[in-house]
Design a protein around this ligand. Structure first.
Ligand code: BES
Ligand code: MN
Ligand code: ZN
Length: 486
Protein backbone atom coordinates (compact mmCIF):
# COMPACT_ATOMS: atom_id res chain seq x y z
CA UNK A 1 0.00 0.00 0.00
CA UNK A 2 1.23 3.47 -0.84
CA UNK A 3 0.12 6.33 1.33
CA UNK A 4 -0.91 9.25 -0.90
CA UNK A 5 1.79 11.75 0.05
CA UNK A 6 1.66 14.64 -0.16
CA UNK A 7 -2.06 15.37 0.00
CA UNK A 8 -2.76 18.08 -2.60
CA UNK A 9 -3.33 21.49 -1.06
CA UNK A 10 -5.71 24.11 -2.37
CA UNK A 11 -3.46 26.86 -3.67
CA UNK A 12 -4.41 30.48 -3.22
CA UNK A 13 -3.13 33.29 -5.40
CA UNK A 14 -3.77 36.98 -5.90
CA UNK A 15 -5.41 38.16 -9.12
CA UNK A 16 -6.46 41.60 -10.30
CA UNK A 17 -9.58 40.83 -12.30
CA UNK A 18 -12.69 38.76 -11.95
CA UNK A 19 -12.88 36.44 -14.95
CA UNK A 20 -16.14 36.11 -16.86
CA UNK A 21 -17.71 32.66 -16.94
CA UNK A 22 -15.74 31.43 -13.90
CA UNK A 23 -17.60 30.61 -10.68
CA UNK A 24 -17.29 33.54 -8.30
CA UNK A 25 -17.43 33.94 -4.53
CA UNK A 26 -18.30 37.04 -2.57
CA UNK A 27 -17.39 37.80 1.02
CA UNK A 28 -20.11 39.17 3.27
CA UNK A 29 -20.45 40.74 6.72
CA UNK A 30 -23.59 40.26 8.82
CA UNK A 31 -26.12 43.04 8.30
CA UNK A 32 -23.90 44.61 5.68
CA UNK A 33 -23.81 42.08 2.90
CA UNK A 34 -23.26 44.71 0.26
CA UNK A 35 -19.77 45.65 1.46
CA UNK A 36 -18.34 43.69 -1.44
CA UNK A 37 -15.23 44.57 -3.38
CA UNK A 38 -14.96 46.35 -6.71
CA UNK A 39 -16.51 44.33 -9.48
CA UNK A 40 -19.36 43.04 -7.36
CA UNK A 41 -21.78 45.15 -9.37
CA UNK A 42 -21.14 42.75 -12.22
CA UNK A 43 -22.67 39.96 -10.23
CA UNK A 44 -26.32 40.58 -10.96
CA UNK A 45 -27.97 37.40 -9.71
CA UNK A 46 -27.48 37.99 -6.02
CA UNK A 47 -30.43 38.03 -3.66
CA UNK A 48 -28.95 40.00 -0.78
CA UNK A 49 -31.73 38.94 1.59
CA UNK A 50 -30.43 35.39 1.50
CA UNK A 51 -26.94 36.31 2.67
CA UNK A 52 -26.27 35.66 6.38
CA UNK A 53 -22.74 36.99 6.76
CA UNK A 54 -22.13 34.78 9.83
CA UNK A 55 -18.49 33.61 9.97
CA UNK A 56 -18.18 30.49 7.88
CA UNK A 57 -21.79 30.51 6.63
CA UNK A 58 -21.78 29.65 2.94
CA UNK A 59 -24.70 29.93 0.57
CA UNK A 60 -25.32 30.16 -3.14
CA UNK A 61 -28.33 32.40 -3.67
CA UNK A 62 -27.81 32.45 -7.43
CA UNK A 63 -24.86 31.38 -9.52
CA UNK A 64 -22.53 33.13 -7.11
CA UNK A 65 -21.30 31.72 -3.81
CA UNK A 66 -21.32 33.91 -0.71
CA UNK A 67 -19.28 33.31 2.43
CA UNK A 68 -19.68 35.24 5.66
CA UNK A 69 -16.81 36.58 7.74
CA UNK A 70 -18.76 37.65 10.82
CA UNK A 71 -16.99 40.34 12.83
CA UNK A 72 -13.92 39.99 10.67
CA UNK A 73 -11.46 38.68 13.30
CA UNK A 74 -8.54 36.56 12.09
CA UNK A 75 -10.35 33.47 13.39
CA UNK A 76 -13.48 34.48 11.44
CA UNK A 77 -11.49 34.83 8.23
CA UNK A 78 -9.78 31.44 8.75
CA UNK A 79 -13.12 29.82 9.39
CA UNK A 80 -14.60 31.50 6.29
CA UNK A 81 -11.79 30.24 4.05
CA UNK A 82 -12.12 26.73 5.44
CA UNK A 83 -15.88 26.40 5.18
CA UNK A 84 -15.86 27.95 1.74
CA UNK A 85 -13.44 25.35 0.39
CA UNK A 86 -15.43 22.52 2.00
CA UNK A 87 -18.55 23.81 0.27
CA UNK A 88 -16.77 24.27 -3.06
CA UNK A 89 -15.35 20.73 -3.02
CA UNK A 90 -18.91 19.51 -3.54
CA UNK A 91 -19.32 21.93 -6.43
CA UNK A 92 -16.08 20.78 -8.05
CA UNK A 93 -17.32 17.22 -7.87
CA UNK A 94 -20.45 18.22 -9.76
CA UNK A 95 -18.10 19.43 -12.50
CA UNK A 96 -18.63 23.07 -11.51
CA UNK A 97 -14.94 23.82 -12.03
CA UNK A 98 -11.88 23.52 -9.86
CA UNK A 99 -10.78 27.16 -9.79
CA UNK A 100 -12.89 29.87 -8.17
CA UNK A 101 -12.49 33.64 -8.14
CA UNK A 102 -13.05 35.26 -4.75
CA UNK A 103 -13.88 38.93 -4.62
CA UNK A 104 -12.57 40.45 -1.38
CA UNK A 105 -13.98 43.65 0.17
CA UNK A 106 -12.17 46.80 -0.88
CA UNK A 107 -11.00 47.59 2.67
CA UNK A 108 -9.65 44.12 3.50
CA UNK A 109 -6.47 44.02 5.63
CA UNK A 110 -3.28 41.98 5.15
CA UNK A 111 -4.04 39.94 8.31
CA UNK A 112 -7.50 39.09 6.99
CA UNK A 113 -6.12 38.00 3.62
CA UNK A 114 -3.49 35.83 5.34
CA UNK A 115 -6.04 34.19 7.64
CA UNK A 116 -8.50 33.57 4.81
CA UNK A 117 -5.75 32.02 2.67
CA UNK A 118 -4.62 29.75 5.48
CA UNK A 119 -8.14 28.58 6.23
CA UNK A 120 -8.86 27.93 2.56
CA UNK A 121 -5.63 26.03 2.02
CA UNK A 122 -5.90 23.65 5.00
CA UNK A 123 -9.65 23.60 5.71
CA UNK A 124 -10.47 21.23 2.86
CA UNK A 125 -7.70 18.77 3.75
CA UNK A 126 -8.68 15.14 3.56
CA UNK A 127 -6.52 12.04 4.11
CA UNK A 128 -7.80 8.84 2.63
CA UNK A 129 -5.92 5.73 1.52
CA UNK A 130 -7.94 4.33 -1.35
CA UNK A 131 -7.56 2.31 -4.52
CA UNK A 132 -10.41 4.26 -6.08
CA UNK A 133 -10.15 7.33 -8.26
CA UNK A 134 -10.30 10.29 -5.82
CA UNK A 135 -13.25 12.70 -6.24
CA UNK A 136 -12.68 15.95 -8.09
CA UNK A 137 -11.75 18.72 -5.64
CA UNK A 138 -11.11 22.43 -5.65
CA UNK A 139 -7.59 23.11 -6.85
CA UNK A 140 -7.20 26.84 -6.46
CA UNK A 141 -8.72 30.12 -5.42
CA UNK A 142 -7.91 33.43 -7.08
CA UNK A 143 -8.30 36.29 -4.63
CA UNK A 144 -9.34 39.36 -6.56
CA UNK A 145 -7.71 42.06 -4.44
CA UNK A 146 -4.74 44.42 -4.18
CA UNK A 147 -1.67 42.81 -5.82
CA UNK A 148 0.36 44.09 -2.86
CA UNK A 149 -1.12 41.16 -0.86
CA UNK A 150 0.79 38.60 -2.97
CA UNK A 151 3.52 38.37 -0.33
CA UNK A 152 1.20 37.63 2.64
CA UNK A 153 -0.62 35.08 0.49
CA UNK A 154 2.69 33.40 -0.31
CA UNK A 155 3.60 33.17 3.37
CA UNK A 156 0.16 31.84 4.29
CA UNK A 157 0.53 29.13 1.64
CA UNK A 158 3.89 28.16 3.19
CA UNK A 159 2.34 27.94 6.66
CA UNK A 160 -0.52 25.88 5.24
CA UNK A 161 1.90 23.51 3.54
CA UNK A 162 3.61 22.93 6.91
CA UNK A 163 0.30 22.05 8.58
CA UNK A 164 -0.61 19.77 5.69
CA UNK A 165 2.71 17.94 5.69
CA UNK A 166 2.50 17.33 9.47
CA UNK A 167 -1.03 16.02 9.01
CA UNK A 168 0.11 13.68 6.24
CA UNK A 169 2.97 12.29 8.30
CA UNK A 170 0.84 11.83 11.41
CA UNK A 171 -2.15 10.36 9.56
CA UNK A 172 -0.05 7.73 7.80
CA UNK A 173 -0.86 4.38 9.43
CA UNK A 174 1.86 2.65 11.39
CA UNK A 175 2.03 -0.45 9.20
CA UNK A 176 3.52 1.95 6.66
CA UNK A 177 5.13 4.41 9.05
CA UNK A 178 8.08 3.06 11.01
CA UNK A 179 11.13 5.09 12.09
CA UNK A 180 12.98 4.54 8.83
CA UNK A 181 9.88 5.48 6.81
CA UNK A 182 9.53 8.68 8.85
CA UNK A 183 13.18 9.55 8.25
CA UNK A 184 12.88 8.87 4.52
CA UNK A 185 9.64 10.87 4.32
CA UNK A 186 11.36 13.82 6.04
CA UNK A 187 14.29 13.59 3.62
CA UNK A 188 11.94 13.37 0.63
CA UNK A 189 9.93 16.38 1.78
CA UNK A 190 13.11 18.40 2.37
CA UNK A 191 14.61 17.50 -1.00
CA UNK A 192 14.73 20.48 -3.31
CA UNK A 193 14.50 23.02 -0.47
CA UNK A 194 17.64 25.13 -1.03
CA UNK A 195 20.06 25.12 1.91
CA UNK A 196 18.18 22.62 4.05
CA UNK A 197 20.31 19.64 5.06
CA UNK A 198 18.99 16.32 6.38
CA UNK A 199 21.08 13.72 8.26
CA UNK A 200 19.60 10.37 9.16
CA UNK A 201 21.36 8.22 11.76
CA UNK A 202 20.63 4.50 12.25
CA UNK A 203 20.60 2.26 15.32
CA UNK A 204 24.30 1.49 15.00
CA UNK A 205 25.20 5.18 15.21
CA UNK A 206 22.75 5.61 18.11
CA UNK A 207 24.51 2.77 20.00
CA UNK A 208 27.98 4.20 19.33
CA UNK A 209 26.88 7.62 20.53
CA UNK A 210 25.09 6.36 23.64
CA UNK A 211 21.45 7.23 22.93
CA UNK A 212 20.26 4.94 25.73
CA UNK A 213 16.73 6.37 25.82
CA UNK A 214 16.00 5.98 22.12
CA UNK A 215 17.53 2.48 22.06
CA UNK A 216 15.58 1.31 25.14
CA UNK A 217 12.26 2.57 23.78
CA UNK A 218 12.92 1.26 20.26
CA UNK A 219 14.38 -2.05 21.44
CA UNK A 220 11.07 -3.93 21.56
CA UNK A 221 10.31 -3.38 17.89
CA UNK A 222 11.67 -5.26 14.89
CA UNK A 223 11.75 -1.86 13.15
CA UNK A 224 14.84 -0.10 14.55
CA UNK A 225 15.01 3.53 15.67
CA UNK A 226 16.38 6.48 13.73
CA UNK A 227 17.59 9.95 14.61
CA UNK A 228 16.64 12.68 12.14
CA UNK A 229 18.59 15.94 12.11
CA UNK A 230 17.57 18.83 9.86
CA UNK A 231 19.82 21.85 9.56
CA UNK A 232 18.91 25.29 8.29
CA UNK A 233 22.15 27.30 8.64
CA UNK A 234 20.44 30.69 8.41
CA UNK A 235 21.41 33.30 5.86
CA UNK A 236 24.72 34.34 7.38
CA UNK A 237 27.08 33.41 10.20
CA UNK A 238 26.41 34.62 13.73
CA UNK A 239 22.62 34.46 13.68
CA UNK A 240 20.86 33.11 16.81
CA UNK A 241 20.53 29.34 16.96
CA UNK A 242 17.14 27.80 17.70
CA UNK A 243 16.96 24.03 18.25
CA UNK A 244 13.59 22.31 17.80
CA UNK A 245 13.12 18.78 19.13
CA UNK A 246 10.06 16.65 18.24
CA UNK A 247 8.86 13.35 19.69
CA UNK A 248 8.89 10.76 16.90
CA UNK A 249 7.17 7.69 18.32
CA UNK A 250 5.78 6.06 15.17
CA UNK A 251 3.48 3.87 17.25
CA UNK A 252 2.99 3.70 21.01
CA UNK A 253 1.66 0.40 22.34
CA UNK A 254 2.84 1.44 25.82
CA UNK A 255 5.41 -1.38 25.75
CA UNK A 256 5.39 -3.84 28.68
CA UNK A 257 3.28 -1.28 30.62
CA UNK A 258 0.84 -1.88 27.78
CA UNK A 259 -2.03 0.46 26.92
CA UNK A 260 -5.67 -0.67 26.96
CA UNK A 261 -6.96 -1.68 23.51
CA UNK A 262 -9.51 1.15 23.45
CA UNK A 263 -7.92 4.07 21.69
CA UNK A 264 -4.56 2.41 21.11
CA UNK A 265 -5.00 2.80 17.35
CA UNK A 266 -4.81 6.57 17.81
CA UNK A 267 -1.20 6.19 18.87
CA UNK A 268 -0.18 6.20 15.21
CA UNK A 269 -0.14 9.98 15.63
CA UNK A 270 2.38 9.82 18.50
CA UNK A 271 5.04 11.33 16.22
CA UNK A 272 3.02 14.53 15.72
CA UNK A 273 5.66 16.60 17.53
CA UNK A 274 8.35 15.22 15.22
CA UNK A 275 6.15 15.89 12.20
CA UNK A 276 5.67 19.50 13.32
CA UNK A 277 9.44 19.93 13.62
CA UNK A 278 10.13 18.48 10.15
CA UNK A 279 7.40 20.62 8.61
CA UNK A 280 8.59 23.74 10.45
CA UNK A 281 12.18 23.31 9.24
CA UNK A 282 10.93 23.08 5.67
CA UNK A 283 8.75 26.19 6.13
CA UNK A 284 11.62 28.13 7.73
CA UNK A 285 14.05 27.16 4.97
CA UNK A 286 11.52 27.90 2.23
CA UNK A 287 11.16 31.42 3.59
CA UNK A 288 14.91 31.66 4.00
CA UNK A 289 14.55 33.11 7.50
CA UNK A 290 17.66 34.83 8.88
CA UNK A 291 18.02 32.55 11.90
CA UNK A 292 19.90 29.29 12.34
CA UNK A 293 17.55 26.40 13.12
CA UNK A 294 18.25 22.74 13.84
CA UNK A 295 15.44 20.18 14.00
CA UNK A 296 15.94 16.91 15.87
CA UNK A 297 13.51 13.99 15.75
CA UNK A 298 14.31 10.88 17.79
CA UNK A 299 12.15 8.24 16.07
CA UNK A 300 11.26 4.87 17.58
CA UNK A 301 8.40 2.41 17.82
CA UNK A 302 7.37 1.58 21.40
CA UNK A 303 6.51 -2.10 21.12
CA UNK A 304 6.17 -5.28 23.16
CA UNK A 305 8.48 -8.25 22.65
CA UNK A 306 11.20 -10.32 24.30
CA UNK A 307 13.63 -7.50 23.60
CA UNK A 308 11.41 -4.77 25.02
CA UNK A 309 12.69 -2.67 27.93
CA UNK A 310 11.10 -3.15 31.34
CA UNK A 311 9.80 -1.10 34.26
CA UNK A 312 12.64 -1.06 36.80
CA UNK A 313 15.40 -0.82 34.20
CA UNK A 314 18.10 1.79 34.64
CA UNK A 315 19.23 3.31 31.37
CA UNK A 316 22.00 5.73 30.48
CA UNK A 317 20.79 8.68 28.45
CA UNK A 318 22.89 10.55 25.89
CA UNK A 319 25.49 12.55 27.81
CA UNK A 320 25.58 10.17 30.78
CA UNK A 321 22.60 10.97 33.05
CA UNK A 322 21.01 7.70 34.24
CA UNK A 323 17.25 7.22 34.41
CA UNK A 324 15.21 4.82 36.50
CA UNK A 325 12.41 3.57 34.24
CA UNK A 326 9.15 3.12 36.10
CA UNK A 327 6.64 2.90 33.26
CA UNK A 328 7.47 1.91 29.68
CA UNK A 329 4.46 3.90 28.48
CA UNK A 330 6.22 7.13 29.48
CA UNK A 331 8.55 6.57 26.52
CA UNK A 332 8.33 10.05 24.99
CA UNK A 333 10.38 11.76 27.67
CA UNK A 334 13.14 9.13 27.32
CA UNK A 335 13.68 9.76 23.62
CA UNK A 336 13.35 13.54 24.11
CA UNK A 337 15.88 13.49 26.96
CA UNK A 338 18.54 12.00 24.64
CA UNK A 339 17.80 14.56 21.93
CA UNK A 340 17.78 17.51 24.36
CA UNK A 341 21.11 16.39 25.81
CA UNK A 342 22.50 15.95 22.29
CA UNK A 343 21.47 19.52 21.46
CA UNK A 344 23.01 20.95 24.63
CA UNK A 345 26.29 18.99 24.25
CA UNK A 346 26.83 19.50 20.52
CA UNK A 347 24.86 22.36 19.04
CA UNK A 348 25.50 25.36 21.29
CA UNK A 349 21.88 26.54 21.04
CA UNK A 350 20.60 29.93 22.20
CA UNK A 351 17.18 28.45 22.84
CA UNK A 352 15.70 24.94 22.79
CA UNK A 353 12.04 24.11 22.21
CA UNK A 354 10.62 20.61 22.26
CA UNK A 355 7.17 19.52 21.13
CA UNK A 356 5.50 16.24 21.93
CA UNK A 357 2.25 14.34 22.37
CA UNK A 358 3.58 13.68 25.83
CA UNK A 359 0.89 13.21 28.45
CA UNK A 360 -2.76 12.26 28.69
CA UNK A 361 -2.74 14.53 31.74
CA UNK A 362 -2.29 17.60 29.55
CA UNK A 363 -5.23 16.53 27.43
CA UNK A 364 -7.33 16.30 30.61
CA UNK A 365 -6.11 19.73 31.76
CA UNK A 366 -6.64 21.78 28.62
CA UNK A 367 -8.86 19.71 26.32
CA UNK A 368 -8.23 19.14 22.65
CA UNK A 369 -7.98 22.63 21.17
CA UNK A 370 -5.24 24.19 23.28
CA UNK A 371 -1.61 23.21 23.65
CA UNK A 372 0.04 23.36 27.09
CA UNK A 373 3.56 24.63 27.39
CA UNK A 374 6.25 25.17 30.00
CA UNK A 375 9.12 27.62 29.82
CA UNK A 376 12.16 28.38 31.94
CA UNK A 377 12.15 31.96 30.70
CA UNK A 378 9.32 34.51 30.72
CA UNK A 379 10.35 36.27 27.51
CA UNK A 380 10.46 32.96 25.67
CA UNK A 381 7.05 32.06 27.11
CA UNK A 382 5.47 35.24 25.82
CA UNK A 383 7.02 34.63 22.42
CA UNK A 384 5.48 31.15 22.26
CA UNK A 385 2.05 32.60 23.05
CA UNK A 386 2.46 35.38 20.51
CA UNK A 387 3.71 32.98 17.83
CA UNK A 388 0.64 30.83 18.49
CA UNK A 389 -1.70 33.79 18.12
CA UNK A 390 -0.08 34.75 14.83
CA UNK A 391 -0.38 31.14 13.65
CA UNK A 392 -3.99 30.68 14.79
CA UNK A 393 -3.02 28.07 17.40
CA UNK A 394 -3.82 28.58 21.05
CA UNK A 395 -1.43 27.86 23.92
CA UNK A 396 -1.63 28.04 27.69
CA UNK A 397 1.43 28.31 29.92
CA UNK A 398 1.73 25.72 32.69
CA UNK A 399 3.95 26.02 35.77
CA UNK A 400 7.25 24.22 36.44
CA UNK A 401 6.36 23.73 40.12
CA UNK A 402 9.53 23.76 42.20
CA UNK A 403 7.96 21.84 45.08
CA UNK A 404 7.69 18.83 42.74
CA UNK A 405 11.23 19.10 41.38
CA UNK A 406 12.71 16.67 43.90
CA UNK A 407 10.19 14.01 42.85
CA UNK A 408 12.13 13.41 39.64
CA UNK A 409 15.22 12.43 41.66
CA UNK A 410 15.80 8.68 42.04
CA UNK A 411 17.31 6.50 44.78
CA UNK A 412 18.84 4.06 42.32
CA UNK A 413 19.67 6.37 39.38
CA UNK A 414 20.19 10.09 38.72
CA UNK A 415 16.59 10.76 37.77
CA UNK A 416 13.23 9.03 38.01
CA UNK A 417 11.20 8.77 34.81
CA UNK A 418 7.66 9.17 36.08
CA UNK A 419 6.98 10.10 39.65
CA UNK A 420 3.39 10.30 40.90
CA UNK A 421 1.64 13.68 40.83
CA UNK A 422 0.38 15.98 38.08
CA UNK A 423 1.56 14.13 34.97
CA UNK A 424 2.12 16.98 32.54
CA UNK A 425 4.14 18.94 35.08
CA UNK A 426 6.31 16.06 36.32
CA UNK A 427 7.09 15.12 32.71
CA UNK A 428 8.27 18.68 32.10
CA UNK A 429 10.36 18.65 35.28
CA UNK A 430 11.99 15.40 34.13
CA UNK A 431 12.90 16.95 30.76
CA UNK A 432 14.28 20.06 32.43
CA UNK A 433 17.04 17.90 33.94
CA UNK A 434 18.51 17.53 30.45
CA UNK A 435 18.59 21.12 29.22
CA UNK A 436 20.98 22.70 31.69
CA UNK A 437 20.83 26.50 31.77
CA UNK A 438 19.73 27.12 28.20
CA UNK A 439 16.37 28.93 27.77
CA UNK A 440 13.92 26.15 27.06
CA UNK A 441 10.24 25.61 26.32
CA UNK A 442 8.38 22.32 26.28
CA UNK A 443 5.16 22.11 24.24
CA UNK A 444 2.78 19.27 25.14
CA UNK A 445 0.31 18.72 22.29
CA UNK A 446 -1.29 15.44 23.42
CA UNK A 447 -4.70 17.17 23.22
CA UNK A 448 -4.72 19.30 20.05
CA UNK A 449 -2.57 17.02 17.84
CA UNK A 450 -5.72 15.07 16.96
CA UNK A 451 -9.33 15.98 16.45
CA UNK A 452 -12.51 13.90 16.33
CA UNK A 453 -14.38 16.75 14.70
CA UNK A 454 -14.27 19.26 11.91
CA UNK A 455 -14.10 22.85 13.27
CA UNK A 456 -12.60 26.10 11.97
CA UNK A 457 -9.70 25.10 9.69
CA UNK A 458 -9.26 21.76 11.49
CA UNK A 459 -10.50 18.46 10.10
CA UNK A 460 -10.87 15.09 11.84
CA UNK A 461 -7.65 13.12 12.31
CA UNK A 462 -4.17 14.58 12.78
CA UNK A 463 -4.37 18.38 12.97
CA UNK A 464 -0.76 19.36 12.28
CA UNK A 465 -0.91 21.49 15.44
CA UNK A 466 2.33 23.34 16.38
CA UNK A 467 4.00 23.35 12.95
CA UNK A 468 2.83 26.90 12.27
CA UNK A 469 3.62 28.10 15.79
CA UNK A 470 7.20 26.84 15.41
CA UNK A 471 7.65 28.74 12.14
CA UNK A 472 6.26 31.94 13.69
CA UNK A 473 8.50 31.39 16.70
CA UNK A 474 11.56 31.13 14.46
CA UNK A 475 10.47 34.37 12.88
CA UNK A 476 10.45 36.11 16.28
CA UNK A 477 14.15 35.13 16.62
CA UNK A 478 14.92 37.26 13.59
CA UNK A 479 13.53 40.42 15.12
CA UNK A 480 16.19 42.54 16.82
CA UNK A 481 14.86 43.36 20.27
CA UNK A 482 16.09 43.14 23.84
CA UNK A 483 14.24 39.89 24.45
CA UNK A 484 15.08 38.38 21.05
CA UNK A 485 16.02 35.03 22.45
CA UNK A 486 15.33 33.50 25.79
N1 BES B 1 1.65 9.13 23.84
C1 BES B 1 1.21 9.10 25.17
C2 BES B 1 0.43 10.35 25.58
C3 BES B 1 -0.87 10.61 24.89
C4 BES B 1 -2.06 10.24 25.49
C5 BES B 1 -0.92 11.26 23.68
C6 BES B 1 -3.26 10.51 24.85
C7 BES B 1 -2.11 11.54 23.05
C8 BES B 1 -3.29 11.15 23.63
C9 BES B 1 2.39 8.95 26.11
O1 BES B 1 3.46 8.23 25.62
C10 BES B 1 1.89 8.23 27.32
O2 BES B 1 1.53 7.09 27.18
N2 BES B 1 1.90 8.90 28.46
C11 BES B 1 1.43 8.32 29.66
C12 BES B 1 2.43 8.66 30.75
C13 BES B 1 2.19 7.92 32.04
C14 BES B 1 2.48 6.45 31.85
C15 BES B 1 3.09 8.53 33.09
C16 BES B 1 0.06 8.91 29.98
O3 BES B 1 -0.12 10.11 29.79
O4 BES B 1 -0.81 8.17 30.38
MN1 MN C 1 3.29 6.14 25.96
ZN1 ZN D 1 3.67 8.18 23.60
Amino acid sequence: MRAPLPTPLVTVEVADTLRRGVPAVLVAFPGDPVRFGPGAERVDDLDVAEVSGKAGATSRPGRTWVVGVGEGSAGDWRKAGASLVRALHGDAEKAGGTTFDVLLPGDVTADAVAAFTLGAAVGGYRFKVTGEEPPKRVKSLRLVTDPAFAEVVRKANTLAAATSLSRDLANTPSNVKDPSWLAAAAARAARGVPGLQVDIRDEKWLAEQGFGGVLAVGGGSSRPPRFIELTWPGTEAGQPHLVLVGKGITFDTGGISIKPADGMHLMRTDMSGGAAVVAALIGIARQSLPVRVTGLVPAAENHVSGSAYRPGDVITQYGGITTEVTNTDAEGRLVLADALAYAVHNLNPDVVVDVATLTGAMKVSLGVRTGGFFATDDALASRVTRAGTAAGESWWRMPLLEDLAEDVQSDIADVRQCPPGPGGITAALFLREFVGKIPWAHLDIAGPARSDKVYDEVVAGATGFAARTLIELAETCTQPSADTIG
